[in-house]
Write a protein that binds this ligand. Structure first.
Ligand code: KIV
Length: 277
């Protein structure tokens, strides 16, 4: 499968240049219609590996494959002409070596038209980030709570409280020095997020971090209220689409059972009425 050749207006250099200026706006997207709605409002759209949990019912992001990312990445690309497309590298596609990371990052970009990849990890991923950037792949890093490591982190806990903050800061500094154009800070204390934002020369993108970050990202289904199983503290629901959708489905089911749908206006007559005049 090959991607379209369309390129979005906003680039990694624009995102980098936005640090200290206007806040950077981002949401995740997994489908073309959602990407179309975001294109004029977001600076970058992230095809997150959260797609596995949000759309495919997985219990973590660990089961997400390259094929899933490519399918959703290409769909999102078809909905964007302005906002930059960033795509997550799934678990197991980059950690082994810089060569493995390059091979899979290049495939993601080639087959989806994404303009950058995102990968999780701090100090331990710095050499890989340097390798990718030197070979033409813009990289967004991700430190703090890194969901692909829940089995070693022991769950979805806040990261970097107290003394542990030094390691998260060191990770953010390492990825910035390695050439990442931005870094996601997930689920870290506000004071640590502010300290990192002041310490690194690249934009910090917060999710459960601080309003002082250079930008914010949320999972779109969370902020629309589509994903209702639970609501993390850091999510603000800007809509109630899940409740609205279930009410619409229930109303449809009741009308079908009552033979109230389809009504006269939804069915076809035997013959069309000839046009007048
Ligand atoms: O996978 C994802 O959606 C993410 C963000 C929410 C940062 O990594």
């Amino acid at each position: 499968m090959s991607a379209t050749s369309q390129t979005s207006v906003i680039t990694a250099s624009d995102i980098l240049a936005q640090k200290g200026k206007a806040p950077i706006v981002s949401l995740t997207a997994y489908t073309t219609p959602m990407a179309q709605m975001m294109d004029q409002h977001c600076d970058f759209v992230l095809v997150g590996d959260s797609v596995g949990m949000v759309l495919h019912g997985l219990s973590s992001t660990l089961g997400v494959t390259m094929e899933m990312m490519i399918l959703h990445g290409a769909a999102v690309a078809r909905g964007l002409s302005r906002a930059m497309l960033v795509i997550d590298m799934p678990f197991g596609s980059y950690e082994e070596s810089p060569d493995q990371a390059f091979r899979n990052a290049a495939r993601l970009m080639r087959e989806t038209n994404a303009a950058a990849v995102k990968l999780e990890g701090g100090v331990e991923m710095a050499a890989t980030i340097r390798f990718l950037v030197a070979r033409g792949i813009p990289v967004m890093a991700h430190v703090g709570l890194t969901p692909q490591s829940i089995n070693t982190l022991g769950g979805y806990k806040v990261q970097g409280r107290d003394a542990a903050g030094a390691a998260v800061l060191a990770g953010a500094q390492a990825v910035a020095e390695a050439g990442a154009f931005a870094v996601v800070l997930e689920k870290v204390p506000q004071s640590l997020a502010d300290e990192i934002t002041a310490a690194v020369a690249i934009p910090t993108i917060g999710i459960g971090a601080s309003a002082g970050c250079d930008g914010q990202v949320l999972v779109v289904d969370d902020m629309l209220g589509l994903f209702t199983a639970f609501k993390p503290k850091f999510v603000k629901r800007y809509g109630t689409l899940g409740v609205d959708a279930e009410a619409a489905i229930a109303a449809y089911a009741a009308e079908v059972r009552a033979r109230a749908f389809p009504a006269a206006e939804h069915v076809f007559a035997d013959q069309t009425t000839p046009a007048k005049g």
